[in-house]
Design a protein. Structure first.
Length: 345
């Protein structure tokens, strides 16, 4: 009996010791037990930090803000955006900043005051526009940029632009061929604050500068304007009456240059532009301008409104912020397919 009792006591003692050892081990290894929670915490933090979709200001108004509508390009994109927004059931307010950043900011502030659902904007400067877009974003209003980019990502929801580089290169190649790879030429640049001006000029020269017998005798900015292009081209022709070609950053300047060349009595001067306006289309058909790179601005404007609608409804466009839409080189062969910046295959 004593032996049995002793065995039971020893067994209980051993179990207790064993349990005590396990408890001690558990107490000594808290980090191993808590490690999974520590690895999961950063993921939860990152998820919480993901940007939330902007809800819009609360109204059903879409603001469309572009440069002056006296320029057919900007007038077309404003009209295309307006028609698409109304088709989708929005009230629309269409304004022009006339390439003035202060006026643009006033329009953005009006949109914020109106609690706009979204803003579609062809902006007044790659740097000058950032503050306005941020201000709208802080008010919960998403901005969708068309035609011109800004120098910051993550502020606008979409930046949809024509592939200016591709388009300018395409017409430059046609121009070099028409020039016979030689001769004097002039370049009319766009507004210096506009990133498109630099992109197009760089693309032109990437092609043209490969040909040493092509000589640029003058390079001046005409600020996208037809009258200024006419005046500057006239002045350049006084000292360079023997030019064979003109490369222009947009169609409006191409029209001014062509008018000055015609007024000077010159013929067979090869002129190219970028935009795809009906005016230049007609001059191409007449043989007075060689080619233009069609920026599909009506298509781009409609895309922006459709993406704004999708974003407001779903919290996402489902697309990257920066989007490029290829240009189409317009020549005598396909000019009949172009109408109001829309190309019909």
């Amino acid at each position: 009996m004593k032996k049995r009792l002793l065995s039971v006591i020893l067994g209980v003692t051993m179990v207790a010791a064993l349990l005590a050892g396990c408890g001690k081990k558990a107490a000594e290894e808290p980090e191993a037990t808590e490690a999974p929670a520590a690895t999961e915490e950063p993921a939860a933090t990152e998820e919480a930090a993901a940007p939330e979709a902007l809800p819009g200001g609360g109204s059903n108004i879409v603001y469309i803000i572009t440069p002056s509508h006296s320029n057919p390009f900007f007038g077309t994109e404003a009209k295309a955006a307006e028609e698409k927004a109304k088709e989708l059931g929005y009230e629309v307010k269409v304004l022009s900043h006339d390439d003035d950043a202060t006026t643009q900011m006033e329009h953005f502030e009006a949109a914020i005051s109106d609690k706009a659902a979204a803003i579609i904007c062809d902006n007044a400067g790659a740097d000058a526009t950032i503050e306005a877009v941020k201000k709208a974003r802080d008010a919960g209003i998403p901005t969708f940029l068309i035609d011109r980019e800004i120098n910051q990502e993550g502020v606008a929801i979409s930046q949809i632009v024509a592939n200016n580089y591709q388009g300018a290169k395409a017409v430059a190649e046609l121009w070099v061929e028409a020039m016979g790879e030689e001769g004097k030429y002039v370049e009319l640049l766009g507004k210096e604050s506009d990133t498109n001006a630099g992109v197009r000029s760089s693309a032109f020269h990437e092609v043209i500068d490969q040909y040493p017998d092509l000589e640029m005798v003058a390079q001046q900015s005409a600020n996208w304007e037809q009258t200024e292009a006419f005046d500057k081209m006239g002045s350049i022709l006084q000292s360079n009456p023997d030019i064979k070609g003109v490369i222009c950053g947009n169609d409006t300047m191409a029209m001014g240059a062509q008018a000055a060349i015609e007024a000077a009595g010159l013929k067979d001067v090869q002129i190219i532009g970028v935009d795809g306006s009906d005016d230049v289309r007609d001059k191409i058909k007449e043989g007075k301008i060689l080619s233009t790179a069609l920026q599909q601005c009506a298509t781009i404007a409609r895309m922006a409104v459709e993406q704004a609608d999708a974003y407001l409804k779903n919290g996402t466009t489902g697309l990257e912020e920066k989007q490029l839409v290829d240009c189409i080189a317009i020549t005598k062969d396909n000019a009949d397919k172009l109408n109001a910046f829309d190309f019909q295959e």
